[in-house]
Design a protein around this ligand. Structure first.
Ligand SMILES: [Cu+2]
Length: 437
């Protein structure tokens, strides 16, 4: 409670009421009857409440931590000051057990963002991103160009993880259950649509570690935005690949009446629950699934086809090499950036206003979804592709043994975290901080 003596002259109590209140508290998720998980959630739901903010309009957010552990909320994809961005490595204070934090910020850029915890899990595969602390955030643009009849939000998640030793001796998390919006296939409410509708689907992969491949039987996706940013070349595709922390926004034309499954393309993942029923008004019967034969996806198809004015020349190049150091059979590996593991990784100093090109060289045998906080970058090259233009993201999946190049302008001073979004990788040192004043 704010004491009345703190009220400023001429301001009413209502001026102090937050726009958003998030309560972090223990929660039991029922993914299906008898498939329950003790976890932690925002406001007693998984995913947390859908937040809608307006670009340029100041927001006050109150976060209450009702758990026994310190927490922090990261506003993924927003250009925020380091003190409220939501990473301890940048200097955001944690919210102590029982404490309440209040943040005021003006959300930018517009688009499909999200919020999630940014804590450490280590060997406890119920904590941090393994749990239920994630939610959708839409920053509405000042003008709304997208044309659609219905908007649907879908979060892909995996639960009940345990470490399994793979052939090479590394320990990787595997999962018992996979869900969309917290429910296994067949146990949640279907997505209800009408014939001839244009449905804008916003998909988020909130999985702690897993890449997901998604299709909607009988339909295709017209991808209009990646990580919330409009793509220069919308493409119609039969399936989506969504790495951890990535978002895909796609228009689906509802032109095949029936009852269908939208789900992970890989049979064992869908069998573990990753799917949701899409039901046309008036249609009945069992949900239908069509099994595609191969996995197809590439980033370059969404980039601009014609060359824009090139700005590669004035970008300062920063080379980052990723590999792992084997700790012996049955142990988790340590991850390294240029040979060093966080907190010993380099802290390059950036100059305000300077453009940088990160050369992301993945020398490991794993794929890594790499995330830069507090900035949007432009994907400029993927695995030997031609120069790309106009593809703006905040996460890029760099596949095993490949190199990607991204560019950003250092225009938001303050400590800036760069890390692999796979929880077990960041927990094992796959993080670094850029600093600039
Ligand atoms: Cu990784």
């Amino acid at each position: 409670m704010v004491a009345p003596s703190l009220l400023l002259p001429g301001r009413t109590w209502a001026a102090f009421a937050p726009d958003v209140t998030l309560e972090i508290a223990p929660y039991t998720l029922e993914a299906a009857p008898k498939r329950t998980f003790r976890t932690v959630a925002y406001n007693g739901q998984v995913p947390g409440p859908l937040l809608r903010m307006r670009q340029g309009q100041e927001q006050t957010v109150v976060v209450r931590n009702l758990t026994a552990d310190s927490e922090v909320v990261h506003w993924h994809g927003l250009f925020l000051p380091s003190e409220i961005d939501g990473a301890m490595e940048e200097g955001t204070p944690m919210i102590a057990p029982g404490a309440t934090a209040r943040y005021t910020f003006t959300p930018d850029p517009p688009g499909f963002r999200w919020y999630h915890t940014h804590t450490f899990a280590g060997k406890n595969l119920t904590k941090a991103q393994y749990g239920g602390l994630h939610g959708f955030l839409i920053v509405e643009p000042r003008d709304h160009p997208a044309r659609f009849d219905r908007e649907v939000f879908l979060a892909l998640h995996d639960w009940g993880g345990h470490f399994l030793s793979s052939d090479d001796g590394y320990m990787n998390p595997v999962y018992d259950v996979s869900t969309i919006n917290g429910k296994m296939l067949g146990f949640g409410e279907p997505v209800r649509v009408k014939q001839n509708e244009r449905v804008l689907m916003h998909l988020l992969n909130s999985s702690p570690t897993e890449i997901h491949w998604v299709a909607l039987a009988g339909h295709s996706f017209q991808v209009v935005a990646l990580d919330g940013n409009t793509v220069p070349q919308p493409q119609t595709v039969s399936m989506l690949r969504i790495a951890p922390a990535e978002r895909v926004s796609a228009i689906v034309e509802m032109n095949k009446p029936g009852v269908w499954v939208l789900g992970d393309v890989r049979k064992h993942v869908q069998a573990a629950g990753m799917g949701i029923v899409v039901e046309y008004s008036g249609a009945t019967g069992k949900p239908t699934w069509n099994q595609p034969e191969e996995l197809v996806w590439n980033y370059p198809q969404f980039a601009a086809s014609t060359s824009l004015a090139t700005n590669a020349l004035d970008a300062i190049r920063i080379d980052l090499v990723f590999d792992s150091k084997f700790q012996g059979h049955g142990n988790e590996e340590l991850w390294r950036i240029n040979g060093k593991t966080y907190p010993h990784t380099d802290e390059p100093a950036l100059k305000l206003g300077q453009r940088y090109r990160l050369i992301l060289n993945n020398k490991s045998m794993d794929h890594h979804p790499l995330h830069l906080h507090r900035h949007t970058f432009e994907v400029r090259r993927i695995d030997g592709s031609a120069e790309l233009q106009g593809l703006r993201k905040d996460v890029v999946l760099v596949r095993a043994g490949t190199t990607a190049e991204v560019e950003f302008v250092a225009n938001n001073p303050g400590r800036t975290l760069f890390h692999c979004h796979q929880q077990d990788h960041m927990d094992r040192g796959f993080m670094m901080v850029f600093r600039y004043e």
